[in-house]
Structure formats: structure tokens, C-alpha cells
Design a protein around this ligand. Structure first.
Ligand code: PLP
Length: 372
């Protein structure tokens, strides 16, 4: 049975299941959205993205991702990275084309791929500490039974929090260059990197990479639905046709707010990162004390952890019991990979108060077997 359906009616449940930032949108950004309404910005926006927003995006992401976008024809504004993924798959794939999806991974990728008629070529990262390596990419390409057209890489990763050093990425880039497949790089969590500077695959492989990112995680703007696709101008033009068929354009009000986020709100990710770092450290420390084995999270706001041996090896069963008895909801690892059944994903995006209470309840449940 679907896990969310199974826990839906439990009362007083603390949800550590969502990828929803526990911050309000910055006041400076909200002020711009209000002015937009007052100025009747209620008409169709430029379908590729408002010119000022695309200009701001080129400037912001060239600086923050250390990439070299030449101009606004290399940018497409989408309804979040969610729509962006559909646009990319529907543009580059022919029916039956393979896409390597390293797992564990964000589960909607598989649905988007199926919608576009693509075939998943799964790459299990668990044996390599949840990292993609040149050898595992070679193996996935070798063993694929369909022509491999692309790989979808996500880092910092949901659900593991894993990210890559400059040298790891250049080794991966060299392998991908050799195989000349598209590199779809979902870098939506780039601003939430704890281990120093985020390096973008786009900088290393600009001719092969389609870069996806957005404002949901960095600026806590999930409901505004703002995503960006960056890539070759001719390809962006093809993707625009697909985007126009799917959504036509992104809300004009949201685009105005996004412009504010990339200009006056440039410092927002920094203060969020400080808060998330503290939560991560607290959570990882406590989980280890309780007997979990967490993957070392270097980015995003999730901990992916092997459940304590005393609780068996079924993460689904553990999560159901934790929800019912401790009133804390975490996601079973199998939501992200069939090879991670003894793991759970714990989100620390929600408030400090919720995290404190959840940790207390988990501690009681695991150490003392307290029934709620
Ligand atoms: N990609 C990853 C890896 C995510 O974790 C999420 C949301 O959780 C998304 C994309 C979707 O983001 P958006 O809100 O921009 O559609």
C-alpha cells in the first residue's frame, strides 16, 4: 500500500517527509509580488521567460555556478524543475530511448521518463557509497538493452545529500564526453551545499549538458513554481515549443517575484544554509547515537540512513511503526530505489521546533520503546 495513504489519518504526526523549506518567502521578494498585482501584471508572460528575469538569471547563475552562459537565448523559464524535466525528456527523446537514472533518485523522474516514452536504465549507486563513478557509468552503458541517449544526474542529491568534489566531477565529465550522451544535470539544491563551493557539470561539459535549477529550495519559493533550463540556444528553441504546448508560460506574478529573488534576494540562500547546517549536524549526531547509519549528507536537506539493526531490515515496516507509535513520519528508502529497502529518508527542511520534538519522540521510541 502507498505509504502516504497508510499514514494519512494518524493524528498529531510530525512530518519529516517533505522537501518543503521551513522558511517564509523573504519580505523583499513578497513586496515585489504585491506590487505586481497592483500594477495589473495579469497577462500572459513572455513564454520563454520575461526578458528581465532571463537577464537576471544569466548574471546570477554565471556568478553562483561559475558557468558561462552567453545570453538570454540560452534560458527557458519553466513551472519549476518538475516541468523542466518533462520538457527536456519530451524534446530530446525518441520513443524507446534509454536514460540512465542513478538510484536512489527523486521518484518523479521515472514518471516523467515514462510519459516521454523513454526507458529507464537504472544505475545503482549504493555499492559506491551512493556516488556515480566513471566505472558505474561505463557499466550502465555496456549493460543497457536500449540505445542510451542521456544520463540524469542530481547533486546535491535527493534523497542522499551526496555531492561531488571538483575532481570526482571532472572524471565523470571525461567519461560522459567520451560517450557523447546528453547530460541532464538537476542542480536544484546547488545553493544548499555544505562542503564548500558547488561545481556545475555545465561548466565542464557545456556542449553536452542541459542544466536544470530553480528557486523552490534556494529561496523557499516552492509554490511560486519557478525553474530554469540552461543550454545550447538552438536546443532551448526546440524546448520552448514543448513548453508552450505544456504550460505556454509561467505566471507573470511569479516571474516578477523570481526577478526579485535573483537581485534583491541574492543573500537568501546564505542565511537558510546556516540554519540547515545546524539542523543537519544535530540530526546526524542523534541518529548515530540511536543506531542509524546515515550517509554523510553534504548538501540538500535530507538524511538517508540505514535503520538500526534491532529494527530489522525493512524500512517500509519501520516507517509505518514509527509513524503509528512515535508519531513521526519519515519516507521508506524504497520510494527512491528498490535496492535501498533498509533505509529511510528524513527531511530536516521543516522548523527547528518540529525537528526537536521529532527527535525527542524518536529517541523515546527507539531507546525506551515508549508507546504514544
Ligand atoms: N528535482 C529534485 C531533485 C527535487 O528534489 C525536487 C523537489 O523536491 C524537484 C526537482 C522539483 O522541484 P520544483 O519545485 O522546482 O518543481
Amino acid at each position: 500500500m502507498d505509504f502516504q495513504a497508510k499514514i494519512r489519518d494518524i493524528e498529531d504526526l510530525i512530518q519529516l517527509t517533505f522537501g518543503e523549506p521551513g522558511f517564509a518567502v523573504d519580505d523583499r521578494i513578497k513586496a515585489v509580488a504585491k506590487v505586481s498585482i497592483g500594477h495589473d501584471r495579469s497577462h500572459y508572460a513572455n513564454s520563454q521567460g520575461e526578458t528581465n528575469l532571463r537577464r537576471a538569471a544569466v548574471s546570477y547563475f554565471n556568478r553562483h555556478f561559475d558557468i558561462h552562459l552567453d545570453g538570454i537565448d540560452q534560458v527557458l523559464v519553466t513551472q519549476g524543475v518538475s516541468e523542466g524535466i518533462n520538457v527536456v525528456f519530451m524534446t530530446i527523446l525518441e520513443h524507446g530511448d534509454g536514460v540512465i537514472i542513478p538510484e536512489p533518485s527523486y521518484s518523479p523522474y521515472s514518471t516523467s521518463l515514462a510519459l516521454a516514452g523513454g526507458v529507464k536504465v537504472a544505475l545503482d549507486t549504493a555499492p559506491d557509497n551512493f556516488k556515480i563513478t566513471p566505472a558505474s557509468i561505463e557499466r550502465a552503458i555496456d549493460q543497457a538493452t536500449v540505445p542510451v541517449k542521456a544520463i540524469l544526474i542530481n547533486y546535491p542529491n535527493n534523497p542522499t545529500g551526496v555531492t561531488y568534489s571538483e575532481s570526482e566531477l571532472s572524471a565523470i565529465a571525461a567519461t560522459l564526453k567520451k560517450h557523447r550522451i546528453w547530460v541532464i544535470s538537476d542542480e536544484i539544491y546547488a545553493a544548499l551545499t555544505y562542503s564548500g563551493q558547488h561545481s556545475s557539470l555545465y561548466r565542464m561539459l557545456p556542449e553536452q549538458t542541459i542544466l536544470l535549477t530553480g528557486l523552490s529550495k534556494s529561496h523557499a519559493m516552492t509554490g511560486y513554481r519557478i525553474g530554469f533550463i540552461f543550454g545550447d540556444a538552438a536546443l532551448i528553441k526546440k524546448m520552448l515549443t514543448v513548453h508552450e504546448a505544456l504550460a505556454f508560460a509561467v505566471s507573470t506574478l511569479s516571474q516578477d517575484a523570481a526577478f526579485a529573488a535573483l537581485t534583491v534576494g541574492e543573500d537568501v540562500p546564505e542565511y537558510a544554509l546556516k540554519a540547515y547546517r545546524k539542523r543537519r549536524d544535530r540530526l546526524v549526531k542523534q541518529l548515530k547515537l540511536l543506531g542509524f547509519e546515515p550517509v554523510n549528507p553534504q548538501g540538500a536537506f535530507y538524511v538517508f540512513a540505514k535503520i538500526p539493526a534491532a529494527f530489522g531490515n525493512d524500512g517500509y515496516d519501520f516507517a509505518v511503526r514509527l509513524a503509528n507509535q512515535a508519531k513521526v513520519a519519515v519516507l521508506p528508502g524504497e520510494a527512491f530505489s528498490k535496492n535501498a529497502k533498509n533505509y529511510v529518508r528524513i527531511s530536516y527542511a521543516s522548523s527547528d521546533a518540529d525537528l526537536d520534538e521529532a527527535l525527542q519522540r524518536m529517541t523515546n521510541y527507539i531507546q525506551e520503546g515508549v508507546d504514544y
